[in-house]
Design a protein around this ligand. Structure first.
Ligand code: UD1
Length: 420
C-alpha cells in the first residue's frame, strides 16, 4: 500500500503529456470480446482499472498482451461467466455483459456491488438488453442473462439522472450483433461513447448517429478484428489544468482533447484562469486573482461529475463564495470532510456544496475515498501550507497514470512512499 507525501506551495510549470482515456479504453476492451479475431488498441493507459479489465478478459478466455500503451486482445473462444472476485474490483466491468450476450447468447456477470460515490443502479443496462430479447434474472448476486438470439428493437435509455454511459455502451455492443435494426433513444453523448462507436465501426458494425442522442444500429452477422487509438483523457487533462490554476503556475497539457473539455474550460475562464489552444495542446495559466464560481454537474456536454471534486478543491482557495451542485451522483461528496480537515470552509446541504475560499489550506494526513476525491486531495496538498499525506493512493492509481511522477516533472514536491 502506498501514500503520497506532498509539500505544498510550489507553482507548477512545464509540460504534462496527457494519456489515453481510461473511460474510453474500458468499454473498447470489452468490445474485443465481440470477435474471435485479434484487436489492437493503442494509447491505453497503464492503470489498475485497465489491468483489472484485462484480467477479466483473460478469465473469459481471451489472450491478452499489454506493453507500451498497446493492448493486443484475441478472444478466439469465450466463456460467459465473470465472477464476483474480479467484477467487484471495478464497476465498469459491467460492460462485458452486452458483448458476452452477443457472442455467447448467455452471460453470468456478478452484480458490481456498492460504491462509495452512492447508489449506482444498472436497471437501464438491463432494460436495454431485455428489449433486445435477453431474459435476465438476478440470482445469488449475479446477473444471469440468456437469449436464443438478440433482435433489434427500439430502446429508450433516459434515466432520472440523464443518460447512462456504460448502459449505452452495453446496448450498442449487443445490438451490433443482433438481428435487425436497433434504435437507442436517450443515448449518452459522451466522447467516450463516440470512441466506442468508431471502434465498433472499424470492426464492421453499422451504426449511425455517433455523438447524438439517437443511435441506429443495423446488426451484422459477425464483427472482425480492428486496430484503434483511444482518445486522450479529458479528465486527466482537466485535473492538471486545475493544478496549474490552483498553484498559480503554467502548464502545457500536451495532447489534451480540448474539444471535449469545453464546459471545464469555460468554468476555468469564469473563475479568472487563462488558457489557449496551441498546436501541441492546451496552455493553462493564471493572470491575477481568481473569482468565485458556480457550477452544476450534468451529462456531457455539461460539466462532468468526474471533475466536481477537483473544482471543490479549487473553490477552497478561490476568494469569495463558490457553489458546486452535483446532479449525477448526489452523494459524491466524500472529499468534503477531508478538505475540511485541511482548513476548507465548506457547507454541504444535500447535493450542493457552498464553499467560502480561505487564504490558505493547511497540510494534514487525509484519506482518499474514491478516484476523483483523491485527485482533489492531491490538488489541495499542492497548495496547502506544510505537509499533506494522502493515504489509500490505490484509488488514484485507478485513473491517473504516474500522477506523482508527472507532478514532480513540473515542479511539485511530491513523493510516493510505501506504508509500513
Ligand atoms: C461513467 C463513467 C464515470 C462517470 C459516469 C457519469 C466509465 C467507466 N465511467 O460511469 O466515470 O462518472 O459515467 O458521467 O465510463 N443510472 C441509472 N440506471 C442505470 C445506470 C445509471 O439510474 O442503469 C444513473 C446513475 O446512478 C447516475 C447516472 O445514471 O446517476 C449516470 O450514470 P452512468 O452514466 O451510467 O455512469 P457509468 O456509465 O457507470
Amino acid at each position: 500500500m502506498h501514500k503520497l507525501v506532498i509539500h505544498g506551495g510550489l507553482p507548477l510549470k512545464g509540460k504534462v503529456s496527457i494519456g489515453g482515456s481510461k473511460n474510453s479504453s474500458l468499454p473498447i476492451l470489452a468490445a474485443t470480446l465481440l470477435t474471435p479475431e485479434p484487436c489492437i488498441l493503442h494509447g491505453v493507459p497503464n492503470l489498475s482499472d485497465i489491468r483489472y479489465m484485462l484480467q477479466i478478459l483473460q478469465f473469459l478466455g481471451a489472450e491478452v498482451e499489454f506493453s507500451d500503451s498497446t493492448v493486443r486482445v484475441q478472444a478466439r473462444n469465450v466463456q460467459p461467466e465473470a465472477p464476483y472476485d474480479l467484477v467487484r474490483k471495478m464497476r465498469a466491468s459491467i460492460c462485458v455483459l452486452g458483448p458476452l450476450l452477443a457472442r455467447c447468447h448467455q452471460a453470468k456477470v456478478s452484480l458490481p456491488g456498492g460504491c462509495v460515490i452512492g447508489d449506482r443502479p444498472i436497471d437501464l443496462h438491463l432494460k436495454g438488453l431485455s428489449a433486445l430479447g435477453a431474459e435476465i434474472r438476478v440470482e445469488e448476486g449475479y446477473i444471469v442473462a440468456q437469449c436464443k438470439e438478440l433482435k433489434g428493437a427500439k430502446v429508450e435509455l433516459y434515466g432520472k439522472f440523464g443518460s447512462t454511459v456504460l448502459g449505452t455502451d452495453n446496448v450498442l455492443m449487443a445490438a451490433s450483433l443482433a438481428r435487425g435494426t436497433t434504435l437507442i433513444e436517450g443515448a449518452a453523448v459522451e466522447p467516450e461513447v463516440a470512441d466506442l462507436v468508431e471502434f465498433l465501426q472499424k470492426m464492421g458494425a453499422t451504426i449511425r448517429g455517433a455523438g447524438t442522442r439517437v443511435l441506429e444500429i443495423e446488426g451484422v452477422e459477425e464483427l472482425h478484428g480492428a486496430e484503434h487509438t483511444v482518445i486522450r483523457d479529458r479528465i486527466e487533462a482537466s485535473t492538471f489544468a486545475v493544478a496549474a490554476v490552483m498553484t498559480g503556475g503554467e502548464l502545457l497539457l500536451e495532447g489534451a482533447p480540448f474539444s471535449h473539455m469545453d464546459s471545464v474550460l469555460q468554468t476555468l475562464r469564469s473563475c479568472g484562469a487563462r488558457w489557449d489552444i496551441t498546436p501541441n495542446g492546451i496552455r493553462v495559466w493564471t493572470n491575477g486573482p481568481l473569482r468565485a464560481f458556480q457550477l452544476q454537474t450534468e451529462p456531457y456536454p455539461g460539466f462532468p461529475t468526474d471533475m466536481q471534486a477537483q473544482f471543490c478543491a479549487l473553490a477552497c482557495v478561490t476568494p469569495g463564495r463558490s457553489t458546486v451542485e452535483e446532479r449525477i451522483f448526489p452523494n459524491r461528496f466524500m472529499h468534503v470532510s477531508e478538505l475540511k480537515r485541511m482548513g476548507a470552509q465548506i457547507e454541504l446541504l444535500g447535493n450542493r456544496a457552498t464553499i467560502e475560499g480561505v487564504s490558505h489550506l493547511s497540510g494534514a494526513p487525509v484519506m482518499a475515498s474514491d478516484l476523483r476525491a483523491s485527485a482533489a486531495l492531491v490538488l489541495a496538498g499542492l497548495v496547502a501550507k506544510g505537509k499533506t499525506t494522502v493515504h489509500r493512493v490505490y484509488h488514484i492509481d485507478r485513473g491517473y497514470e504516474n500522477i506523482d511522477q508527472k507532478l514532480q516533472q513540473v515542479g511539485a514536491e511530491i513523493r510516493r512512499e510505501v506504508v509500513s
